[in-house]
Design a protein around this ligand. Structure first.
Ligand code: HEC
Length: 138
């Protein structure tokens, strides 16, 4: 019991120091990761915006980030759109929406979908980043 009384504060202090060191380490690597994600998502957004305009999506669709105001199809300023849904529509088309499968590569359709989802969730970087990060591994 007596040893425990002496050891406990010492261990407590050690744990506090270790926690501090670990905390500092975590903070800086988390910041580095955050910066890397920011850079990556900025690239993805720029690439996606290029694709969106190159493939004339802008002619038929409104999307604020791309500065487009097409009104043939529904506005893509819609946070309810999911990656898979967009990939499906762009690949297969739907009614008057042309199918782009075979014209735009699967990889680029994925990037377009990432882009549309990302710009609809600009305030939720954490939610948007994993989709971009996953995609870049493919
Ligand atoms: C010729 C006009 C036209 C072009 C070009 C076009 N779309 Fe569409 N798009 C439409 C129409 C019309 C619809 C609605 C289809 C329906 O309701 O069945 C649509 C639907 C969609 C949807 C589903 C939206 C929703 O809320 O249901 C997405 C996503 C989409 N388009 C993305 C794109 C992308 C990305 C491109 C560029 C690669 C593109 N579209 C090019 C006309 C177009």
């Amino acid at each position: 019991m007596a040893t425990r009384k002496i050891l406990t504060p010492a261990l407590g202090a050690l744990a506090a120091v270790a926690g501090l060191v670990a905390g500092v380490g975590l903070t800086s690597s988390a910041q580095a990761q955050e910066q890397a994600k920011d850079a990556q998502s900025t690239d993805l957004v720029a690439a996606g915006r290029d694709l969106f305009n190159t493939w004339s999506c802008s002619a038929c669709h409104t999307l604020s980030d791309a500065g487009s105001s097409g009104a043939v199809g529904p506005s893509l300023d819609n946070p309810g759109l999911t990656h898979d849904f967009i990939v499906n529509r762009v690949t297969n088309g739907s009614g008057p929406m042309p199918s782009f499968g075979g014209q735009i590569s699967e990889d680029e359709i994925g990037k377009l979908a990432d882009y549309i989802v990302a710009v609809n969730h600009k305030d939720a970087k954490v939610a948007a980043a994993p989709a971009g990060a996953d995609h870049s591994k493919q």
